[in-house]
Design a protein around this ligand. Structure first.
Ligand code: PBG
Length: 331
C-alpha cells in the first residue's frame, strides 16, 4: 500500500455533514422563489397535460394554491392568464381591460394577502389572436413601437389594480424605458420592473404555450426573442435594461443557460432572476415519473445550480415542492 504524498486533499472538507454544511457556498430558501401560476375564468382547475401536478386554476383554485404556497413560506407569485378565444384580437386590447381577468385577480389577492408580492407578466401573447407577444403587421412583421404603446397600457392597468412588480416578457426594444416612464408619469414610482432581459427563442416554452393555448399561429418568435447561440448579445440587453430603469434582470430559460446567468451576474450590480421554464419542469417530471430520476434530488440540484450560476431569484413551477422539501431538511 502506497500513501500518496499529498499536502492538499480536498476531500478533508467533505468528510462529514457538519463540515460540508460549514463550507457550503450556495444555499436555497423559500425567499428565493417566485411561483408562476396559470389562471382562467372557468369553474374547475384544468390539469396541464405536459406539466403533471400543475393546472390552469379557477378563481377558487387560485386562492387555495396561494394559501398553500404562503403556508410553505413562499411570498411571491407571478400570474399568467388563459384568455378565451373570443377575447383575443390582433391588437391584444384585452391586455389593458381594467375589468379583465388579471386586474380582477390582482385586486382579490392584494385585498386578501397584503404581504404577498404580486408579479405580473406584460406581453400580448395570451390576448393576441396571432399568438405573438407583439402586434403583427399584414406582412407578418412584429411591430415594435406600436406594441410598446400597448404594453405601457397593460403595465398601467396592472399597476392600477395593485401589482407590485411588472415583468415585461415580450422582448420589444425600448419597452422597459417606456413602461418606467409611463408608470412614473402616472404616479406609480414604487412599482418595480423585473425585465426579461435575456429571453431566448426556446423550444422549452412548449408546455407553457399548451397551458395558455398561446402558441403563435404563424411563424416563430425569433425576430424578438434571442438566438440561443448568443451570450454577448445578452450583455447588450443588460446595458439597455439597466439604463432604462429595470430593477431586476432576468435570464430565461435557466438550466440550459447557466453560462448566461453567470455572464449577466458579472455584468450588472442589479439582482438577477432566472426562469426555470415549463419545459425544464416537464423534463424533470417526466423522467421522475418513470422512475428514471429521483425527483426530489434532481429538482433541488437543478435549483441550487441556478443559484450557483448567479441567480438571486428563481421563477420555478417547483417552488412549492422545493419549499416543502427545504422545510423537511433538504440542503
Ligand atoms: C410569454 C411568456 C412565455 C413564457 C413566459 N412568458 C412564453 C413565450 O414566450 O412563448 C414561458 C414560460 C415557460 O415556458 O414556463 N410572453
Amino acid at each position: 500500500m502506497t500513501r500518496l504524498d499529498l499536502p492538499a486533499r480536498p476531500r478533508r472538507n467533505r468528510k462529514s455533514a457538519a463540515i460540508r454544511d460549514a463550507v457550503r457556498e450556495t444555499w436555497l430558501g423559500p425567499e428565493h422563489f417566485i411561483y408562476p401560476l396559470f389562471i382562467h375564468e372557468g369553474a374547475d382547475d384544468i390539469p396541464i397535460n405536459s406539466m403533471p401536478g400543475r393546472a390552469r386554476l379557477s378563481p377558487d383554485g387560485l386562492l387555495r394554491e396561494v394559501d398553500r404556497a404562503l403556508a410553505l413560506g413562499l411570498r411571491s407569485v407571478v400570474l399568467f392568464p388563459a384568455i378565451p378565444d373570443p377575447l383575443k384580437t390582433s391588437d391584444g386590447r384585452e391586455a389593458h381591460n381594467d375589468e379583465g381577468l388579471i386586474p380582477r385577480t390582482i385586486r382579490t389577492l392584494a385585498r386578501r394577502w397584503p404581504e404577498l408580492v404580486i408579479v405580473t407578466d406584460v406581453a400580448l401573447d395570451p390576448y393576441s389572436s396571432d399568438g405573438h407577444d407583439g402586434i403583427v403587421a399584414p406582412d407578418g412583421r412584429i411591430l415594435n413601437d406600436e406594441t410598446v404603446e400597448v404594453l405601457v397600457e397593460q403595465a398601467l392597468c396592472h399597476a392600477r389594480a395593485g401589482a407590485h412588480v411588472i415583468s415585461p416578457s415580450d422582448m420589444m426594444d425600448g419597452r422597459v424605458g417606456a413602461i418606467r416612464y409611463g408608470l412614473d408619469q402616472a404616479g406609480f414610482t414604487e412599482v418595480s420592473i423585473l425585465a426579461y432581459t435575456a429571453k431566448y427563442a426556446s423550444a422549452f416554452y412548449g408546455p407553457f404555450r399548451e397551458a395558455l393555448d398561446s402558441a403563435p399561429k404563424h411563424g416563430d418568435k425569433k425576430t424578438y426573442q434571442m438566438d440561443p447561440a448568443n451570450v454577448r448579445e445578452a450583455l447588450r440587453e443588460v446595458e439597455l435594461d439597466e439604463a432604462e430603469g429595470a430593477d431586476m434582470i432576468m435570464v430565461k430559460p435557466a438550466g440550459p443557460y447557466l453560462d448566461v446567468i453567470r455572464a449577466v451576474r458579472e455584468a450588472t450590480p442589479l439582482p438577477v432572476a432566472a426562469y426555470q421554464v415549463s419545459g425544464e419542469y416537464a423534463m424533470l417530471k417526466a423522467a421522475s415519473e418513470r422512475g428514471w430520476l429521483d425527483e426530489r434530488k434532481v429538482v433541488m440540484e437543478s435549483l441550487i445550480a441556478i443559484r450557483r450560476a448567479g441567480a438571486d431569484v428563481i421563477l420555478s413551477y417547483f417552488a412549492p415542492e422545493a419549499a416543502a422539501w427545504l422545510r423537511a431538511g433538504s440542503p
